[in-house]
Design a protein around this ligand. Structure first.
Ligand code: SAH
Length: 358
């Protein structure tokens, strides 16, 4: 067994991997080494998730935001974008589009809209649940325990709240007036309420070190999340990080691979951000650990206005094109589109052995 194989095995088998091991793996750039990491991750993906690619249709229903996240184009200081809130009818129509395409998960995402009324979203959830056989994922940021409970009781299944970075100092510098411990509390509350809970990070944030990414991966393992979204940083011209360097696609892919190896039975999307760099890296993501795609179902004209970063993949494509695109990716990989709800893998996989994947 080579030295690299020994480290990979150690990282895979450890109850909690060493940051130094992960950092070392993240720093490798030789083609052979990268292929070894990616192929190990692909085996772990096959063993724990199978060959199905799960689909999550995302509807970005409001771009109002009260936050000032340094990386995000929706930050409240950005006066250059036109703000919108979709009506309930517009939103339900988009859900219908997604249902017609046989997609069984809808992700309802928005900026952190202070005027998002909890009972409005509760009604939306109730209507979706009564009209469609569909899992609902919410991604609307930090809210009160009361709101999280209201939506869970109405039938919401899952919640996405990325930690963005587990490095508290970096977190504070990127999120004015936000509190790292509050974010952790929200994640704990969501898990406690029984949501299938997702977190994730951004790769290539100014000031982020490989050690900090290694610690993110350990954070994902400790958190025992059901899903983890990893995307490269893409600078937005109307944010405080305008003009900074983009996240490195290779580092993003290595993070996807190591997150798969370490966390095993999580849903990991080949994120839209990964598809929005100088070229589309989602196929590579699917080859090194990812098992989910997130086609965009936000209708026009809103779709163009939900600009968290510029050059977002699929902004120019008709909604129906997603079918062709996702099907094409699955076929090219010898895999298939999984049209089930694809709930958390943790329920059935919690008791796995520590053996290496075949
Ligand atoms: N308001 C919600 C949804 C935020 S947008 C929330 O707070 O959870 C969804 C994700 O987009 C964020 O979690 C962040 O990881 C990502 N994102 C925002 N701006 C980005 C950028 N410039 N580059 C890469 N990812 C970005």
């Amino acid at each position: 067994m080579s030295k690299l194989e020994r480290i990979l095995k150690r990282v895979y088998e450890a109850p909690l991997p060493e940051a130094a091991d992960l950092e070392r793996l993240l720093s490798l750039n030789e083609r052979e080494d990268i292929e070894a990491i990616f192929s190990f991750a692909d085996k772990v993906r096959r063993e724990f998730c199978g060959d199905g690619i799960a689909l999550r249709g995302i509807i970005e229903f409001s771009n109002f935001c009260q936050r000032e996240c340094a990386y995000c184009g929706l930050n409240k200081g950005n006066r250059a974008i036109q703000r919108y809130r979709m009506s309930k009818n517009e939103l339900l129509k988009a859900v219908k589009d997604l249902d017609c395409r046989n997609i069984k998960t809808v992700v309802l995402q928005s900026g952190e809209d202070s005027r998002l009324d909890a009972s409005w979203l509760e009604d939306v959830i109730l209507e979706i649940k009564s009209g469609f056989d569909m899992a609902i994922t919410l991604s609307v940021g930090e809210r009160s325990e009361h709101d999280y409970r209201t939506w869970k009781n109405a039938g919401a299944d899952r919640y996405l709240l990325k930690i963005e970075t587990s490095d508290e100092g970096l977190y504070s510098s990127l999120h004015p007036h936000m509190d790292f411990s509050r974010r952790l509390d929200c994640l704990r509350i969501l898990k406690g309420l029984g949501y299938q809970t997702g977190s994730g990070n951004i790769i290539g944030l100014p000031g982020q070190t490989p050690e900090s990414i290694a610690r993110d991966i350990i954070f994902f393992k400790r958190g025992d999340f059901d899903m983890i979204g990893i995307g490269p940083f893409i600078p937005h011209q109307s944010s405080s990080l305008a003009g900074r360097q983009k996240g490195d696609p290779l580092l993003s892919l290595k993070t996807v691979a190591l997150t798969r190896i370490v966390t095993r039975d999580t849903h990991i999307p080949a994120t839209t951000a990964l598809g929005s760099l100088e070229r589309d890296y989602r196929m590579e993501g699917l080859k090194c650990g990812a098992n989910v795609l997130m086609p965009n179902f936000t209708p026009r004209p809103f779709r163009d206005l939900y600009e968290i970063y510029p050059g977002k993949k699929c902004v120019d494509e008709p909604v129906g094109e997603c079918d062709i695109c996702t099907q094409g990716m699955a076929e090219a990989l010898g895999r298939f589109i999984d049209h089930s709800r694809a709930d958390s893998l943790k329920m059935r996989m919690r008791q796995v052995s520590g053996a290496l994947p075949r």
